[in-house]
Design a protein around this ligand. Structure first.
Ligand code: GUN
Ligand code: ZN
Length: 376
C-alpha cells in the first residue's frame, strides 16, 4: 500500500450545517480548512512576494500547468529544482491541469478522445494537451496537489453533450492516474463535472470516487450561472463525495460564495477575483466593495477597512492609496492586492472559528448584512 502524499484530517463538523473544520497535511506544511488559496498563475501571485503571502497566512497557493508549460516550460522549472524552489515558496502548491485554461484562453480547440488540439494564446502555435501530458507537466513542476485533465463545458451546454463530456472526463481521469509517477510525493485530485444536472454529477462522482483519488474537486461552476444555481448544484454534489477526503470548489472567491460553499461542505477554494479587482483599485471590505479611486476618497484619511488589521490598513489611508492609483504608482496595487488577499484569508479564519463555535449561520447573517448582501 502506498501512503498518499497528502492527508486530510476532519477535526469537527458544524452542528447546524454541512461545514467542516479540518486540516490538510502536505509535503510542504499543513494548512487549516476551509481555506482560500491565492492564485499564482505564472509562478507568482501577482504583485506579492512569498514573504508577504506567508505573513498574511497563506499556507497554499495555486499555479497553472498551462501557463508554465508554455513559459518558461516545465523542463526549465524542473531544472531549477521544481516549482517551490524556482519561485522561493516552501508552503503548499496546487496546480490546475490546464483543462480549464485550454477552454477559456486558447483558440481553435478540437477535442478528441486522445486530448485537445488548440493554438497557443501567446503566439498561435499549434499545441496538444492530453491527460498524460498534463500529468507529465505537473510531475515535472512538483506541486503538492495536482488536478486531473478535465473538460469544463459551458454550464448551459446541452444535456447530451455534458453527459458525453462527463464520461470522457472520467476516462481522462483514469488515464491521468495511470500516468502519475509518484503518488506518495504529489496528490492527484479528480474533478467532478456534470453542469447543473444531478444525475450527471452523480455519474461523475461515482466514476471518480471508484478510482479512489486522495481528494475531489468540483469543477464546471462559477462559469456564468447564478449564485442560486451554484448553491443548488453544491447541495447535491458535496454529499456524493467521501467524508474523509478534501473537497475543492474550483474558481470561486467572492466572499458570499465562499461562505455558501463552506456551509455545503467545501474545504478549499481559489479565485483570481481578489487580486484581479485589487489591480484596478477595488477593495473587499467588511462593509462591501470599495472603489478606492473614487473622488470621494481624495481627502479620506481613514484606512481602506476600519475592521482590518492588515499591513495596508494599519499603515496607509484611502487618500494615499487613491493617490497612488491616480499617479499610476505600482505600490498602490501592491497595497490593495495585499489587503484583498488578507481579507479573504481572514474571512476564512473567522469562518473556521464559527465552525468551532457552531454559529456559522449567525456569522453568515451578520457578515452578509454588513457586506450588503441578501441573506436568504
Ligand atoms: N477552474 C475553474 N473551474 C474549473 C474546472 O471545471 N476545471 C479545471 N480544471 N479548472 C477549473
Ligand atoms: Zn486591510
Amino acid at each position: 500500500m502506498t501512503e498518499p502524499a497528502i492527508k486530510y484530517r476532519l477535526i469537527k463538523k458544524e452542528k447546524h450545517t454541512g461545514a467542516r473544520l479540518g486540516e490538510i497535511i502536505t509535503p510542504h506544511g499543513t494548512f487549516p480548512t476551509p481555506m482560500f488559496m491565492p492564485v499564482g498563475t505564472q509562478a507568482t501571485v501577482k504583485a506579492m512576494s512569498p514573504e508577504e503571502l506567508k505573513a498574511m497566512g497563506a499556507g497554499i497557493i495555486l499555479s497553472n500547468t498551462y501557463h508554465l508549460w508554455l513559459r518558461p516550460g516545465e523542463d526549465l522549472v524542473k531544472e531549477a529544482g521544481g516549482l517551490h524552489k524556482f519561485m522561493n515558496w516552501d508552503q503548499g502548491i496546487l496546480t490546475d491541469s490546464g483543462g480549464f485554461q485550454v477552454f477559456s484562453l486558447a483558440d481553435m480547440r478540437n477535442i478528441t478522445e486522445e486530448g485537445v488540439h488548440f493554438k497557443s494564446h501567446l503566439n498561435g502555435a499549434p499545441l496538444f494537451l492530453s491527460p498524460e501530458k498534463a500529468i507529465q507537466i505537473e510531475n515535472a513542476l512538483g506541486s503538492d496537489i495536482m488536478m486531473s485533465f478535465d473538460e469544463c463545458p459551458p454550464f448551459y451546454e446541452s444535456y447530451d453533450y455534458i453527459k458525453k463530456s462527463v464520461e470522457r472526463t472520467s476516462r481522462w481521469a483514469e488515464r491521468g492516474l495511470k500516468a502519475h509517477q509518484d503518488p506518495e510525493k504529489q496528490a492527484l485530485f479528480g474533478i467532478v463535472q456534470g453542469g447543473g444536472h444531478e444525475d450527471l454529477r452523480k455519474l461523475s462522482a461515482r466514476d471518480l470516487v471508484s478510482l479512489d483519488f486522495p481528494g475531489y474537486s468540483i469543477g464546471g461552476l462559477s462559469v456564468g450561472e447564478s449564485k442560486a444555481e451554484m448553491n443548488r448544484v453544491l447541495d447535491f454534489t458535496t454529499p456524493l463525495l467521501p467524508e474523509d477526503k478534501p473537497r475543492y470548489l474550483m474558481g470561486v472567491g467572492s466572499p458570499d460564495a465562499l461562505i455558501d460553499g463552506v456551509l455545503r461542505g467545501v474545504d478549499m477554494f481559489d479565485c483570481v477575483l481578489p487580486t484581479r479587482i485589487a489591480r484596478n483599485g477595488t477593495c473587499m471590505t467588511s462593509h462591501g466593495r470599495l472603489v478606492v479611486k473614487n473622488a470621494k476618497y481624495a481627502r479620506d484619511f481613514s484606512p481602506i477597512d476600519d475592521n482590518c488589521d492588515c499591513y495596508t490598513c494599519r499603515n496607509y489611508t484611502r487618500a494615499y492609496v487613491r493617490h497612488l492609483f491616480k499617479a499610476d504608482e505600482t505600490f498602490g496595487l501592491r497595497l490593495t492586492s495585499y489587503h484583498n488577499l488578507y481579507f479573504l484569508l481572514n474571512l476564512m479564519k473567522q469562518v473556521r472559528q464559527a465552525i468551532m463555535d457552531d454559529n456559522l449561520l449567525e456569522f453568515k447573517e451578520h457578515f452578509f448584512e454588513e457586506y450588503g448582501l441578501n441573506v436568504k
